[in-house]
Design a protein around this ligand. Structure first.
Ligand SMILES: Nc1nc2c(ncn2[C@@H]2O[C@H](COP(=O)(O)OP(=O)(O)OP(=O)(O)O)[C@@H](O)[C@H]2O)c(=O)[nH]1
Length: 420
């Protein structure tokens, strides 16, 4: 996480709950700012002055106030989720607490990793980036009319008049949806949709025709050419906003399923390579530096053998989260396979990339991994390579792989640089 980026704040009031001290430590490690409160006045003042992203409240409540007493007050002040750390509850008891303002139940004994995963999901919901809408319409006035409505609903809109410019916008603007006019002088919307559908990388971008065409047969014909829906132009503003938002939400979630690894939620093997290929092309075209790293957990087989596969999975997830959080939009991270990760450092020299990875390596070694009551450290090794003239993505991967091999060979828990 960049130092200039504000960390999400979590207020923790979890006295007498086993593991709560460890929880505070782990929340901090995973990029949350965790503040603990034992007295209701301090908690309520803090809620007023700096409302947190989430509150974690233990079933014992605070030192001077029970959970039942504090919850209605939190409900009034809280803008985010209130997670209740509790022993097993009956459905009736759960309903009782839901009425008092609890939004999520977290059961004791605490599974800290699961709790952090839950917080991640809740956080993501609050941080959803605005939907990006590409409008292709030869009539500037028509396009602007829809565009203004969508912009007022906090969506990002790009409008192009010439459908032949669509590929530049698809690549650069990366829209969540394309709203396409049907009748345009250069080519018709359905012809353009058919051409877009030749490129598999845009398969998951919905194309919706916006037209005054009411003939059902013509509408069906247009959809069979690669469009996903047919909406009438000049539909009421609320209907347009709702239709675009619902379609974007559905396709975003589909894209996530298609492109992300299920254990770690990082880009999967295919998609991190696609990302790298795109960045290689862009860097060569625009003469930018590009570095690439392979990261591999050390002696991972031993971890599986000693503590079991489930603990191994947990270690993979912890490292995945650290990498995702650390790259923070300055590139991309994917699960290359098993316990191996790929990191693309856009516009970054090899030395800078290696420094970053080394910093992450140190943070990872400081983290205590848990298997029941047993604590154990884990390390990783990494290899970094710089894109050189004439290299393609596969050669860059091979170079980073070679540097990783050197790092393993030199004793592990270190970062190797490709010197070829
Ligand atoms: N728990 C778990 N294990 C996995 C997963 N994918 C691969 N593995 C295991 O990861 C281990 C990788 O072991 P190796 O490649 O031999 O290397 P290593 O033990 O990590 O040792 P070095 O890389 O040489 O430091 C194998 O035992 C795989 O079964 C996974 O998704 N979950």
């Amino acid at each position: 996480m960049n130092s200039d980026q504000k960390k999400p704040i979590v207020y923790l009031s979890a006295q007498q709950i086993q593991g709560s001290a460890e929880l505070a430590k782990q929340l901090t490690f995973f990029g949350f700012e965790c503040r603990s409160y034992m007295k209701q006045s301090a908690l309520l003042v803090a809620m007023h002055t700096e409302p947190p992203f989430a509150v974690l409240l233990g079933e014992e409540g605070l030192e001077d106030c029970s959970a039942e007493q504090i919850l209605p007050r939190l409900q009034k002040l809280s803008r985010g989720p209130v997670l209740f750390l509790t022993s097993e509850l009956t459905v009736v008891e759960q309903i009782h607490y839901v009425k008092l303002g609890v939004t999520d139940f977290v059961y004791i004994p605490l599974d800290i990793q699961k709790l952090i995963d839950r917080l991640d999901v809740l956080l993501e919901k609050t941080q959803n980036t605005p939907y990006r809408v590409l409008i292709v319409d030869d009539s500037e006035a028509m396009g602007k009319a829809s565009g203004n409505i969508l912009q007022q609903a906090d969506m990002q809109v790009q409008q192009i008049k010439n459908p032949l410019d669509v590929f530049v916008s698809l690549e650069r603007f990366m829209p969540d949806i394309v709203l396409m006019d049907v009748y345009m002088p250069q080519c018709s919307g359905d012809e353009m949709a058919k051409v877009i559908r030749q490129q598999t990388q845009f398969d998951s971008v919905p194309i919706v025709f916006l037209s005054t065409e009411t003939n059902r047969n013509k509408q069906l014909m247009a959809r069979s050419m690669g469009g996903d829906d047919f909406w009438v132009k000049n539909m009421p503003a609320e209907e347009l906003v709702a239709s675009v938002a619902m379609t974007c939400a559905r396709y975003r979630s589909l894209r996530r399923w298609m492109s992300c690894d299920s254990l770690t939620a990082l880009l999967n093997h295919t998609h991190i390579i696609e990302w790298l290929e795109r960045e290689v092309k862009r860097s060569q075209k625009e003469a930018l530096s590009l570095s690439f790293a392979m990261v591999d957990i050390d002696h991972f087989k031993k971890i599986n053998d000693s503590y079991g596969h489930a603990v191994g999975d947990k270690v993979i997830k912890i490292l995945a989260r650290l990498l995702r959080q650390s790259i923070n939009g300055e590139g991309a991270v994917g699960r290359y396979g098993g316990e191996e990760f790929a990191v693309v450092f856009s516009e970054t020299s090899m030395i800078r990339a290696a420094q970053k990875i080394d910093h992450w390596r140190l943070r990872f070694t400081e983290l205590i991994q848990l298997s029941g009551d047993i604590q154990f450290p884990v390390t990783f090794s990494a290899g970094v390579a710089l894109l050189k003239n004439g290299m393609d993505a596969q050669q860059l991967i091979d170079a980073a792989d070679e540097a990783l091999y050197q790092a393993k060979h030199a004793g592990r828990n270190q970062v190797g640089l490709y010197q070829g």
